[in-house]
Design a protein around this ligand. Structure first.
Ligand code: ZN
Length: 108
């Protein structure tokens, strides 16, 4: 059986009771990972059925260091293209920058 530090999530073999780093008591099961930002507000900045456009949008966001999520993306493999729109979502704080980037894209 492996024990875990609830603080730094390090693994320890059985018999050790305390994390050497954090001096926390080890637990047999880690609590679920905290979400990065539980109250994260995501804004959809692009919804399109064009895979090419999605690919370009993603690389634009990546180049600008904006983190994003995509919704429905996997469905393109299962259903005809254009039937489902892929939504690209970013953090609310990045919305302005992302919208500006993607506006140029849609005009092109
Ligand atoms: Zn620890």
């Amino acid at each position: 059986m492996i024990m875990f530090c609830p603080q730094c999530r390090a693994q320890y073999r059985e018999g050790i009771l305390e994390c050497a780093e954090c001096q926390r008591s080890l637990v047999a099961e880690l609590p679920p990972k905290p979400k990065p930002q539980p109250d994260l507000e995501l804004v959809t900045v692009l919804a399109t059925g064009h895979p090419a456009l999605i690919a370009v949008a993603k690389s634009l966001l990546e180049d600008s260091g904006i983190e994003y999520l995509t919704q429905n993306e996997g469905l393109h493999n299962l259903f005809p293209v254009h039937r489902f729109r892929v939504h690209i979502q970013v953090r609310q704080e990045d919305e302005g920058e992302a919208t500006a980037l993607l506006a140029a894209l849609e005009e092109a």
